[in-house]
Design a protein around this ligand. Structure first.
Ligand code: ATP
Ligand code: MG
Length: 458
């Protein structure tokens, strides 16, 4: 803006100067021409006293009127009359204006005198029938004019300066308004990168900065959630692994301090250790399976499969377990459903659900599995007459390591990963699992799989 201002001032200055000088020039030339026309008829009689006095008065009068010094020169360039009476007899034939005038042309020029004064010279010929008899030479100061230009420029500069200051202040304030939320954000992002994940930016603006803050908050809350889950997961895993390890430690220490060598005692203790090792194995296997399911790059190995066939497989596999507890499994196939699925994984999911139903149903209970189609979904419900799940636990049972009754889990041997795995498998197929339950009456798990999810319908 400052540069633009300087350029504008210099442009205005030079334009004003040129215009003013041209106007002054035209007016001076016009006046001197009028004077020259008045002098012409009297010029022959300049030697006469009367005529000379008349011309002197005329020139002096004009000189006062137009505020210029006026010289009347003969055709050699010698001064005949000077309005200031000072240069009589001096010769000016070397002056450009005089030369041009003697050749019959009007001419003019602006000079800067050594005194610092700026003057405009105008030379006009006095001619009769193409013969130049003399010259009227006028010189007029143009300092007043230049002063006017300077004054105007000073005013323009002052106004521009005030404008510049004002604009600068507005720009500064505006920059502050924009920069302050960004500063705030930078601080929060820094604190975030130091591990303080709980931060959020409070900027309520509808502009890009507001959107940036909103996106940052979304990102921060997601990272916070993931971090929270990670902590919980690590603590759960450690806890789950420690329980069997602690048991084994106690058993082995007891064995070590056993004074007598009784084989049956050793055998019993070793069986306990073996049980704990199997439990550890199961937990680690389930964990690895779950971690594998949660890989980002996991691709389902889908192929067209009969759901009914998968369910029959599961029931056949788990029948011995159910028989042990005299639990009857009833399968109701209302529809025959065939669609794209990862058979191995769906089978694992159903095994987890049905084995839960067996595990959490007392002896002589009943389990009913129904397969049917509902609009575009394949549904499987697994209903048992088991112990049920308390209302407050229903929303948590799909969480990793969550078990309703931890004490009982010791005897039933669960790790609390079965339902997480089942849910993850169903989610990968684009479906969902729901549960309803009543204490001591039984539970119903409903799995919904979209038939068209992977293309081919039933
Ligand atoms: N059919 C059911 N009836 C009653 N409670 C159930 C049933 N299914 C699941 N639960 C409850 O939900 C909890 C979580 O089930 P999940 O299958 O994830 O773990 P688990 O059976 O304890 O262990 P795992 O299946 O990993 O061996 C169980 O501990 C149990 O308390
Ligand atoms: Mg289970």
């Amino acid at each position: 803006m400052f540069i633009t201002m300087l350029l504008a001032i210099s442009f205005i200055g030079s334009t004003l100067r040129t215009t003013y000088i041209r106007d002054r020039n035209i007016s001076l030339l016009t006046q001197v021409n009028i004077l020259s026309n008045q002098i012409t008829p009297n010029f022959y009689g300049i030697q006469l006293e009367n005529t000379r006095t008349y011309l002197q008065d005329l020139i002096k009068g004009y000189s006062l009127d137009i505020n210029a010094r006026i010289l009347l020169l003969d055709n050699n360039g010698t001064v005949l009359i000077d309005s200031y009476d000072a240069m009589l007899g001096q010769n000016f034939n070397a002056l450009t204006e005089v030369k041009s005038a003697l050749e019959g042309y009007d001419s003019n020029q602006v000079y800067s005198l050594p005194s610092g004064e700026n003057v405009m010279y105008v030379g006009v010929p006095i001619s009769d029938r193409n013969e130049v008899m003399g010259v009227v030479l006028a010189s007029s100061s143009i300092d007043d004019l230049l002063q006017n230009v300077n004054l105007t420029l000073k005013r323009v500069a002052l106004l521009s300066g005030i404008g510049l200051l004002f604009t600068g202040m507005v720009a500064f304030l505006f920059a502050q308004v924009i920069a302050s939320p960004i500063e705030k954000m930078i601080q929060l992002v820094r604190s975030f990168s130091r591990g303080n994940f709980g931060v959020s930016i409070k900027i309520e603006a509808n502009d890009e900065i507001g959107q940036l803050a909103e996106s940052f908050n979304d990102m921060a809350s997601k990272i916070n959630q993931v971090d929270e889950q990670r902590r919980k997961f690590v603590s759960n895993v450690s806890h789950e692994l420690r329980t069997p390890l602690t048991s084994m430690k106690i058993i082995s220490e007891t064995l070590l301090h056993q004074p007598s060598w009784d084989e049956s005692v050793y055998r019993e203790f070793m069986q306990d250790i073996d049980g704990e090792v199997s439990r550890l194995n199961r937990i680690v296997d389930s964990l690895l399976y779950l971690v594998d399911l949660e890989r980002d790059e996991l691709v389902l190995e889908t192929q067209i499969t009969y759901l009914n066939y998968v369910v029959q497989n599961v029931v056949r596999n788990l029948k011995p377990l159910a028989d042990q507890k005299h639990i009857h499994i009833d399968v109701e196939e209302r529809d025959r459903l065939q669609f794209h699925m990862d058979q191995g994984k769906i089978q694992q999911c159903l095994i987890n659900l049905v084995s839960n139903a067996i595990k959490y149903t007392p002896e002589n209970g009943k389990i009913r599995i129904s397969i049917y189609r509902e609009t575009t979904d394949a549904c499987i419900t697994i209903t048992d007459t088991g112990i049920g799940i308390p209302e407050k636990d229903l929303s948590h049972i799909f969480d990793r390591f969550y078990r309703v009754d931890r004490a009982r889990a010791r005897t039933t041997g669960g790790s609390g990963l079965g339902l997480s795995i089942a849910k993850q498998i169903v989610t990968l197929h684009g479906g969902d699992i729901q549960v309803s339950s009543a204490i001591n009456t039984g539970s119903t798990f409903t799995v919904r799989l979209p038939i068209r999810y992977s293309g081919v319908g039933a």
